[in-house]
Ligand binder design. Structure first.
Ligand code: 5GP
Length: 139
């Protein structure tokens, strides 16, 4: 399947749709998931177009995973989490719903389950507060 320039994350990259930004540089954008399955659930995406793990250029993936690690560590520290779950879904058969590659970073706490999909829409003030804390931890 070809990459669709009008997917929702392409619109977020072009600032046509708002998001709670955590981190941005020339190659990568990170923002809070609008339907968080755990407190601090965020997404990390490359700015270069790629549908998923099956078509992303290896060099783009290398940058993406390096920044994902940095952001995940900041999220765990900022929110006082005990660990994290990292997810990536490719194609509908793999559970993908938005067709611009993304890593899910889900901060986790001992003994606390993640909210099953589909989670309810997050509280916007809470998402803004979590994004600010993670941005501060990134320095
Ligand atoms: P996946 O494609 O990996 O199944 O999941 C897509 C993710 O994108 C879901 O966790 C969903 O909550 C999130 N999502 C969908 N639309 C938006 C949006 O407009 N803004 C943000 N911030 N997240 C979104």
């Amino acid at each position: 399947m070809p990459y669709d320039e009008n997917n929702i994350f392409a619109k977020i990259i072009r600032s046509e749709i708002p998001c709670h930004r955590v981190y941005e540089d020339e190659a990568v954008l990170s923002f809070m998931d609008i339907m968080p399955r755990s407190p601090g659930h965020l997404l990390v995406i490359p700015k270069a177009p790629a549908r998923n793990l099956l078509d992303i250029e290896p060099e783009v993936l290398a940058t993406l995973i390096r920044q994902t690690q940095r952001i995940a560590k900041a999220a765990v520290a900022a929110l006082g989490a005990d660990g994290l779950t990292l997810q990536q879904f490719s194609e509908p058969a793999g559970g993908q719903e938005v067709f611009h590659i993304h890593f899910h970073v889900l901060p986790r706490w001992d003994g606390v389950r993640i909210t099953p999909h589909p989670a309810p829409k997050g509280d916007m003030a809470e998402l803004a507060d979590q994004a600010a804390k993670i941005r501060a931890a990134l320095g």
